[in-house]
Design a protein around this ligand. Structure first.
Ligand code: UN1
Length: 470
């Protein structure tokens, strides 16, 4: 591959899917800077009308879009369809979010004159997208940024450029100027150049903690630049007293292995009450071993596809072996059933006896099991991470859930629901290494416009007070 070409391959077959030239960062930023004032000057209602047209363009291409996502990510077709539905749903959610989060407001004021709070766009926003939801997650930043009046440059993951390019083309078809939303094809170098570019006013990032930290560090000397970081998790799912072992096991398997575990919200650590350990682990293992791993268009449909590429598959199997040789006990082995293709079978491993577990996001279908005796111990174990994205309690009573909710450090805390599958209509994000505040979903609107507080009078009117000779 030439340095100036990005090629994406279908994980499920290894076939080349797409190739494109690496974009010119300076040229893209210049075009965006020229385009945004006219976009910002359009009435809000017009911008909303145009993003609604975009939703219609997505609807028209629903099948082709889902197929492209399935090919480029390896996700099953059924799941890729849900991603396209999420792209469409995001438009109305973002319209509502913009009004709720940044709508014009009259302020109570003791001052004479009127006092108002209104919002302005920042200018040019860079969106850096991930490969696991290559359409839905960038879209969750692009749409709010456009509604607010910004121009947007999307740099998709170099693993999913085709989906990024297709997504952006649909904004074009909706009549939103091609310089208002652009796709910039590139790898980490282009990402870095875009983030640091003085013509970029904000960076909306979804991806690994490692990359997010690098962005944060790079922009530490530029406090004015918006930096919204949605990073990973090392998410716990705790099982306490429950008569519903099968249901609990299904929720666990869905939390850990949906999207082949390539979700920021995927459960990574199953923390089980000792008295339920045998039953729960047996049922989780039974279901895990029955998961159909296959290519996106297979019939019957697979539960999960391959991981994104060979490197990811290697890292996962190496991580499994690392845990195994450092005190872990395999419950279900992680295997590579199809040789070089990046399919891995879901791995289950008991790491209770490990002195120190690596607190890193192992981004794939790998679930550690940890046995605990007391509820306080479960909470302490769940919090034993620098990440803080999602956590679930399965079983337990309402007092226990209240304790769980009050003590867990995470942006999403669920009861008898999976750790993943968070609603786009809710604020989304984590604490600690998982990100800054709530950069995604409903509150994404907050990062796309800045509030201006004004007190206003038609004419200057003032009278002198104490301290003047009269
Ligand atoms: C997940 O919980 O699996 O729109 C990801 C969003 C969130 C993403 C959820 N619904 O940003």
């Amino acid at each position: 591959m030439s340095e100036n070409t990005i090629i994406s391959f279908e994980p499920a077959t290894g076939a080349e899917l797409w190739r494109g030239e690496v974009g010119d960062v300076d040229a893209a930023v210049e075009r965006a800077r020229r385009a945004w004032p006219a976009w910002a000057a359009l009435p809000l209602a017009t911008r909303i009308e145009l993003v609604r047209r975009f939703a219609n363009e997505v609807r028209k291409e629903q099948d082709a879009f889902a197929e492209l996502i399935a090919r480029e990510t390896g996700k099953p077709l059924w799941e890729s369809r849900t991603e396209v539905e999420a792209v469409i749903a995001k438009v109305e959610i973002s319209v509502r979010a913009y009004a709720e989060r940044t709508g014009q407001r009259k302020l109570d004021s003791a001052l004479q004159g009127t006092a108002a709070l209104r919002h302005k766009p920042h200018g040019v926003m860079a969106v850096l997208g991930p490969y696991n939801f290559p359409a839905h997650l960038p879209n969750g930043h692009i749409v709010p940024a456009l509604i607010a009046g910004n121009a947007v440059i999307l740099k998709p993951s170099e693993k999913t450029p085709a989906v990024g390019a297709f997504l952006v083309s649909l904004f074009g078809r909706a009549g939103i100027g091609e310089d208002v939303v652009q796709v910039l094809i590139g790898g980490p170098d282009e990402g870095k150049a875009l983030v640091a570019h003085p013509g970029v006013d904000g960076v909306l990032f979804t991806g690994s903690a490692q990359a997010g930290i690098a962005i944060n560090r790079k922009l530490a000397a530029e406090p004015g630049k918006i930096v919204a970081l949605e990073m990973g998790g090392n998410n716990p799912i705790v099982v306490w007293d429950t008569p519903k072992i099968h249901d609990a096991a299904v929720l666990i398997v869905q939390s850990a292995f949906t999207t082949a575990g390539q979700r920021c919200t995927a459960a990574r650590r199953l923390i089980v009450k000792a008295g339920f350990y045998d039953q729960v682990v047996e049922e989780v293992k039974r279901l895990t071993d029955r998961i159909i791993v296959g290519a996106p268009f297979d019939d019957p449909a697979p539960f999960m596809g391959p991981v994104i590429d060979g490197r990811a598959a290697d890292q996962l199997t190496e991580s499994f072996l690392y845990l195994l040789s450092n005190g872990g006990k395999a419950i279900s082995h992680m295997r590579r059933p199809l040789g070089d293709l990046p399919f891995v079978t879901p791995g289950l491993i008991d790491t209770t006896a490990m002195a120190e577990r690596p607190d890193v996001e192992l981004f794939g279908p790998l679930l550690q099991v940890i046995r605990v005796e007391e509820f306080d111990e479960a909470i302490a174990e769940a919090n034993n991470t620098r990440f803080g994205l999602a956590a679930s309690l399965i079983g337990g009573n309402s007092q226990e859930y209240n304790r769980f909710w009050a003590n867990i450090r995470a942006g999403i805390v669920n009861w008898n629901r999976p750790t993943n599958g968070a609603s786009s209509a809710a604020p989304f994000g984590g604490v600690g290494l998982s990100g800054n505040h709530r950069p995604a979903a409903f509150y994404a609107a907050d990062y796309c416009a800045y509030p201006v507080a004004s007190t206003e009078m038609e004419q200057p009117r003032a009278s002198v007070g104490v301290g003047f000779k009269v």
